[in-house]
Design a protein around this ligand. Structure first.
Ligand code: M6R
Length: 591
């Protein structure tokens, strides 16, 4: 979480450039923001609480060719201007922005206080410029001082730093992503994510963990953070376009990304057949396959458990990445761990991947962000090709992940072609379904239920994980309390929650469990629930019916779409910004 962005080069509007670029990283954190511009008249720092999107970039247009900026998701210290980055040492000569957590900051702070340092914030970050200052007592070289300081830090960090007397920008990475953008015309950009500089260059170089980069805007040097050994880097051209990362005609990224799913699902399906078969064989031959993800990606893994069971008659184990630690007892070198992540940077997923690797197990990563840490460090990878997902609420990444996993299940049953055909038909049906009349119908339903305090969602089979996912979508953007249940579980406890008029959504298909879930719906209806069916067929159990096409084994993918639209309208009608829900950030890079 937190977005950092720095620039050094020929341009004289570095401050404006980093503010504009940072607006494209706002999904990483939006509690507060800050900018430091190194000008000929000294360093100018501005920071405040609130969103970087509200800041006028033209205010930073003054002559400066080195600047760093930060958009914060608070971890240590509340949301205040003092806690916002950049942070400096006492005389303001060393300026730092940071993404991550310095875990031993309390200990370091005590040592620094004993040496006479004073602090203005409650953050872990503020110790960084002070530790660098201490290191500058033994070397006048700023980059060496940063390198030495990093040996004192424990935890995860991406750091950008400069000194008032030198024209270099220094960056170090241990656990938090940093990517360099290279432009022959302009110079060098360093950011936590590519959208920050995509409008200036599509040529990137990736910093790996334990590396440092130093640039004066004309040349760049990557080195090992500890040994100082040079680390030559390839220049890689990224494929995402600027337009893909913009809102275009839509009011919010969330709605744009929901509407894109007809294309993004088709792109996810458009994989090399041979590669899918190799993965299917690897699953079939592994001594235990684990599917691991967080949040929405975890729900894609749960849906896949049903895909593999029903379509491929093969058992897989599914775990939330945060819980995976305990499963290392079962891992063998012959086990396969499939990590699923949109961002490819989620800390818990990275940890799961590292646990698996330490056990000698192979790791397959199903990711969206090309070049992300998980994408680069897994043994095998499969990109879902959803394009940039900017809204905090994951929509098109989920359906891309499920499409890929369902396709692999079909390949395991030697029916890859059938799987692809089904998924492409599903994408086409989603296209037809998301017409203005349909969307208006869901909007009017949102109108009816937006004042309710609780919404429950039930499903069975692959619709059960979609009930859980529905709850995440509704909670995170509308802040309505929502919970998903397996339909059969209701009468074992949760049915006690149903009151007169409580909206309860049933996700159903046309399959062997349809009758069961309808019975569950009747049970809650008879307790006074306002029942809403999302299903291919209407039924008298539903007070409201949102029709979806019959998508067979892809029904989970189909059924989640109206829920995404409903969640979006619930948020908008309740006056929330669905792209930036409170307390959340797009990629969760802290544990
Ligand atoms: O980038 P990842 O897919 O690894 O992210 C995992 C979760 O943080 C993410 O899916 C989160 O639950 C979404 N905000 C939900 O919409």
């Amino acid at each position: 979480m937190c977005g950092i962005f720095g620039y050094v080069g020929k341009r004289s509007d570095a401050g404006k450039l980093v503010v504009e670029g940072l607006k494209n990283l706002e999904y990483r954190g939006y509690d507060s923001w800050g900018v430091a511009c190194k000008t000929t008249k000294g360093t100018i720092i501005k920071k405040d609480t609130g969103k970087i999107s509200a800041v006028n970039a033209d205010d930073f247009a003054h002559g400066c060719s080195l600047a760093i900026a930060h958009t914060r998701w608070a971890t240590h210290g509340g949301v205040t201007a003092a806690n916002s980055h950049p942070h400096t040492n006492a005389d303001g000569s060393i300026v730092v922005v940071h993404n991550g957590i310095i875990e031993n900051y309390q200990e370091l702070r005590k040592e620094l206080v004993a040496k006479g340092h004073t602090f203005l914030s409650e953050t872990d970050t503020e110790i960084i410029p002070h530790v660098i200052e201490e290191e500058m007592k033994t070397t006048s070289d700023f980059a060496s001082a940063v390198r030495n300081a990093c040996t004192k830090f424990e935890g995860r960090y991406g750091i950008l730093a400069f000194h008032k007397t030198s024209d270099i920008l220094v960056a170090t990475r241990t656990g938090s992503p940093l990517i360099v953008g290279v432009s022959k015309e302009d110079g060098y950009f360093i950011a936590s994510d590519i959208p920050a500089f995509m409008e200036h260059t599509k040529v990137v170089q990736y910093l790996d963990d334990g590396e440092m980069v130093v640039t004066d805007g004309k040349s760049i040097l990557f080195t090992d953070l500890i040994t100082g050994e040079e680390k030559p880097k390839r220049e890689i051209e990224i494929t995402w376009s600027v337009e893909q990362a913009q809102k275009g005609e839509y009011a919010h990224f969330m709605l744009k990304e929901i509407m894109e799913q007809k294309d993004s699902i088709a792109r996810a399906v458009n994989q090399d057949d041979e590669q899918i078969r190799v993965i299917a064989d690897a699953i079939a031959n592994a001594s235990g396959t684990f599917l691991v993800g967080c949040g929405t990606a975890h729900k894609a893994c749960m849906a896949a458990e049903y895909f593999f069971s029903v379509v491929a008659e093969h058992h897989v184990n599914v775990t939330s990445a945060g819980e995976f630690k305990v499963h290392h007892h079962f891992l063998k070198p012959e086990s396969l761990v499939i990590v699923v992540s949109q961002s490819g940077e989620t800390a818990d997923v990275l940890e799961a991947m590292n646990i698996a690797k330490a056990k000698g197990s192979k790791v397959l990563a199903i990711v969206n962000s090309e070049g992300s840490t998980i994408h680069r460090e897994a043994d095998y990878t499969l990109l879902i090709n959803a394009g940039p997902e900017r809204a905090v609420a994951s929509t098109k990444a989920l359906t891309g992940q499920m499409a890929v996993l369902l396709m692999i299940a079909y390949a395991m049953n030697d029916k890859l072609h059938d799987g692809k055909t089904l998924l492409l038909e599903t994408a086409a049906q989603i296209n037809d379904m998301l017409n203005p009349r349909y969307v208006n119908h869901i909007e009017s339903l949102a109108d009816k239920i937006q004042t309710h305090e609780n919404i429950y969602i039930i499903g069975k089979s692959w619709n059960f994980p979609m009930a859980l996912e529905s709850a995440i979508k509704i909670q995170e953007v509308s802040y309505i309390h929502a919970e998903g249940f397996a339909g059969g579980e209701l009468k074992h406890g949760p049915i006690a929650l149903i009151e007169e008029g409580t909206p309860c959504i049933t996700l159903a298909g046309n399959d062997e469990v349809t009758q069961d879930i309808i019975s569950n719906t009747i049970e809650i209806k008879s307790r006074g629930a306002m029942t809403i069916g999302i299903a291919p067929e209407n039924n008298e159990a539903y007070e409201e019916w949102i029709k979806v096409p019959d998508a067979g084994a892809a029904q989970a993918i189909m059924n989640i779409i109206p829920i995404q639209v409903l969640s979006y309208f619930l948020a908008v009608k309740r006056g929330m910004d669905p792209d930036m829900p409170r307390n959340l950030a797009k990629s969760v890079t802290v544990k």
